[in-house]
Design a protein around this ligand. Structure first.
Ligand code: ATP
Length: 196
């Protein structure tokens, strides 16, 4: 039987408990055997912002998921041509790993915005989507054509965003214990990240 692999992309600047809980929910759904997390080198929709280096963002993810055998941090988007459009990444993965079945895993807010993604219809037409809810973004209010191959996984929404985490880090970073794992906070301190 083919291995069912969930693909979860994002900026992860930095990885936070919202990302971690969503990853756990996708795994817990039983719909995938492995989760591959793909930090994006230069997300197409975030070109106007300063982004922490790919290496730092990847290392923070590795710190969090190092004990999970079924979770892999992949740097393929760093090797593929920019910008990293999901359709190209999926095509590459399907070609390189023909025995795997890939599922695109996204949060409810990304599903609500999905129609704006590059080649959204093509992605939805050839890839199964797994969606976990996110507060303030009801993923179910989405055009039928994007829902045909979509399954919603059970998920208790966690109201954290990397934007808010970065704002807090620029102040003093206190009070983030419930939002960012200790090893990531330590890494951020050790490397002087998010200072300005
Ligand atoms: P930013 O605030 O910088 O836009 P973010 O917190 O939204 O960042 P991303 O790296 O852009 O994080 O998100 C990657 C993926 O994680 C997206 O599919 C997004 O929907 C999902 N995600 C992020 N935070 C949460 C959360 N709290 N709950 C559920 N999904 C989330």
């Amino acid at each position: 039987m083919s291995t069912r692999v969930g693909i979860f992309g994002g900026t992860f600047d930095p990885v936070h408990n919202g990302h971690i809980s969503i990853v756990r929910s996708f795994i817990k759904s039983g719909l995938i055997d492995e989760m591959w997390i793909l930090p994006s080198p230069s997300p197409p929709h975030k070109t106007d912002k300063e982004i922490t280096s790919f290496d730092h963002r990847k290392k923070m993810l590795e710190l969090v998921f190092s004990n999970d055998e079924n979770i892999k941090i992949s740097d393929i988007e760093e090797k593929l041509p920019l910008p990293s459009y999901t359709i190209h990444t999926l095509q590459y993965l399907k070609q390189k790993y023909p025995d795997n079945k890939f599922y695109l895993c996204i949060g409810g807010d990304s599903l609500a915005d999905f129609k704006n993604w590059y080649r959204a219809e093509k992605i939805a037409g050839q890839t199964d989507l797994l969606v976990a809810e996110r507060p303030e973004a009801d993923g179910r209010d989405v055009s039928e054509k994007f829902l045909q191959n979509t399954q919603f996984v059970e998920h208790t929404p966690v109201n954290i965003s990397a934007t808010e985490v970065r704002k807090e880090l620029q102040k003093n970073g206190e009070g983030l214990q419930d939002q960012v794992p200790p090893e990531v906070l330590q890494y951020i301190r050790d490397n002087g990240l998010y200072k300005n």
